[in-house]
Ligand binder design. Sequence first.
Ligand code: LMR
Length: 452
Amino acid sequence: MPTPPNDSFTSSSPAPSKTNANTRLSQINQHTATMGSAGEHTLFDANVVPQAPEDPLFGLMAAYRKDTSDKKVDLGIGAYRDNNAKPWVLPVVKKADEILRNDPNLNHEYLPIAGLPEFTSAAQKLILGADSPAIKESRVTSLQTISGTGAVHLGGLFLAKFLSKPTPAIYLSNPTWANHNQIFTNVHLSIKQYPYFSAKTKMLDLEGMLSTLKSAPQGSIVLLHACAHNPTGVDPTQDQWKQIAEVVRSNKLFPFFDCAYQGFASGDLAKDNFAIRYFVEEGFELVIAQSFAKNFGLYGERAGSFHFVASPGSNAQDVVKRVGSQLAILQRSEISNPPAYGARIASIVLNDEALFKQWEEDLRTMSGRIIEMRKSLKAELDKLDTPGNWDHITSQIGMFSFTGLAEAQVLAIREKWHVYMTKNGRISMAGLNTGNVKYFAEALDDVVRNVK
Ligand code: LMR
């Protein structure tokens, strides 16, 4: 309630005279009129702040939750589900959580600006390999971030601020994780694309990718998905990575790796990170965004890290020190310091040999179930003799499959069969289970045959 211009009506002073009362009434009328126009006034009308569309992925999740059909299938967001379509708390995470809760020294003080040191150092070893030359030569600086998204953002912000002007563009794969576009646009990097996926072969368009990267202006940034490419599920082979590295080197591009699915592609942590380790061995200066959302099932805890790796050389440690100091300033101004819980859980596991082994087992459980679902889906489609070639269901890897469905088919499968997937035809394989894979194959078969 706004305070009246003066408090004479509510005070215990004697009753006002008639003239005073009239003046007072007109004051109130005036005040109310001003309030009315103040209420209508805004600096943010629709041509300044237009209504934004709902985030497609989180909108899809909300639509799925609202759907009351008992047949509904959620193949939208990339989050692991068990065979009962339920979120899965990794057994190793439960153990770590118990260790954490029973720690008598636990408190809720701030973490350092760069995060929990035992977490970031373990994250470095995980992503680069424990015997990485870059770690041995102290050529890496790392900060704990708000999961992979925060790491991508911090990297974008740093590059936009410090790369020499005019700031080079960043090349993203076509297609890529939708949020890449928003994040890099927000830090004012201009975005270009390189071909990645061939709709015809449903495989990597290596030729298109290499030729675009070859003709990119020198110094451009190139965003590479380290493994389990989102959304296509198509990764370069080791030999193809070497060819990509060659072009990145010859054209002096700056590699920015996004690694959100280590352990999900093959189930083997080292194998999944071949590309990053190869680039580091080859001596590139590069940055890496690393997420622990998927491989630890710590989605909402926002555990991640950002790494800067300097090229070998006598000034490498100096570069790392200066870069680290500027990253800390950016971090401080944006989030002050990162959240503790998820990083503590991951750190307990990563720094304990027995728990680490159990984690690898849990990773195999997740990636193994997804691989089984790929096989089952392919077998069901074969049984139905669904038109088209579906080999890509089993040849693609990681959390996602790019089905090749057109947007009309995606909308139809949602409308008629209550199956939710992103408009580009991506499905999260983790949403399939022994209870719904046959149903999904029938739905897919129906829209492939009947919706053009
Ligand atoms: C996805 O692509 O489904 C995940 O990476 C979740 C997200 O934040 O977009």
